[in-house]
Design a binder for this molecule. Structure first.
Ligand SMILES: Nc1ncnc2c1ncn2[C@@H]1O[C@H](COP(=O)(O)OP(=O)(O)O)[C@@H](O)[C@H]1O
Ligand SMILES: [Mg+2]
Length: 298
């Protein structure tokens, strides 16, 4: 549904996209993951025909991005982009008209979205009177009014509290089960881990690591991790090195890359004689892949 090849974009001297390349298959949820300033929104603006790439190929459902491909894409920008002084229903009807829907299809579609998004209670409420989470929900409903094949969500949960984030995750999961193809950007690792069937980690304007979560995990040379605190780092590192294990500092915490799975007892026995303050075993997660890909540093 989406194909981006060798896409480049500069703003003046600043090269923001430097050979960005990724593809999203029908029905997939693809997560573009990267720190602020990585170029995620720029990539989305190019996909929505709001910005032109300097170079490269950008296809939506096989066609180069144009005014016409806008009808295949629904986009929810980072900032709420619906009319706050209109009600939720008025917004949907208005944008339905913008996309050329006519009654009775337009009203039917709005009613359907009200149902899918559980907006019955709010349908006649002014958007400005709704919480941030519900405004985002309405914004997503509006983006789907013309039944696009692709939904693009730019940082869908930025600025939301934990509860509202979880509610939106559920809503997005519901859209996935309806077969909507989704491209989302996020700088929350847990969000990408939870929602995305494929993840592309962006750094320096391009994808530096890509795959399903399981594929990405393989980039960390470990079967399991042990996060350790010790009274003597020197002793610990000497032992770790004699065992042939690697170590990292993930978020400042000394972490051992274990070549196989260990039980807690086994690992404590293996490190016998090293003064340990605490030790905990962890699965390899996206956080570690992210650091391994060098994407944690800007
Ligand atoms: N219209 C613009 N003019 C100049 N610089 C821009 C413009 N839009 C974005 N940038 C710069 O491009 C970089 C990437 O921005 P953006 O795509 O918004 O990143 P992200 O969405 O990943 O946080 C940033 O350094 C930003 O300041
Ligand atoms: Mg952005």
């Amino acid at each position: 549904m989406i194909e981006v090849r060798q896409c480049r974009k500069s703003f003046g001297e600043r090269l923001v996209l430097d050979g960005l390349q990724f593809a999203v298959e029908q029905g997939d949820t693809y997560g573009l993951l990267g720190p602020n300033g990585a170029g995620k929104t720029t990539a989305i603006n190019i996909l929505c025909n709001l910005l032109e790439a300097d170079d490269g190929t950008v296809l939506i459902n096989g066609s180069p991005v144009s005014e016409a491909t806008k009808f295949t894409v629904g986009v929810v920008p980072q900032e709420i982009s619906i009319y706050k002084d209109l009600t939720c229903r008025e917004n949907m009807l208005f944008f339905g008209k913008v996309y050329g829907l006519r009654d009775p299809e337009r009203t039917d579609r709005v009613n359907e979205l009200v149902r899918i998004f559980h907006l019955e209670e709010y349908a006649r409420t002014q958007v400005s009177k709704m919480s941030g989470g519900w405004q985002r929900r309405v914004n997503i409903a509006v983006a789907l009014v013309h039944s696009p094949g692709v939904l693009i969500l730019d940082e869908p949960t930025a600025g939301l509290d934990v509860e509202a984030r979880y509610e939106l995750w559920e809503l997005i999961a519901g859209l996935q089960s309806r077969g909507v193809t989704i491209l989302l950007t996020t700088h929350h690792l847990d969000e990408a881990e939870r929602l995305c069937s494929r993840i592309g980690i962006m750094r320096g304007g391009r994808i530096v690591a890509e795959g399903s979560l399981d594929e990405l995990r393989k980039l960390v040379p470990a079967r399991q991790l042990a996060v350790v605190e010790t009274g003597s780092e020197e002793t610990l590192l000497a032992r770790v090195s004699s065992l042939g294990w690697e170590h990292r500092r993930y978020g400042g915490r000394l972490t051992l890359l274990l070549p196989r799975e260990f039980s807690l007892r086994e690992i404590v026995e293996t490190l016998d004689g090293v003064p340990l303050t605490s030790i905990s075993l962890r699965e390899v997660g996206l956080e570690h892949v992210y650091m391994e890909a060098g994407a944690g540093m800007n």
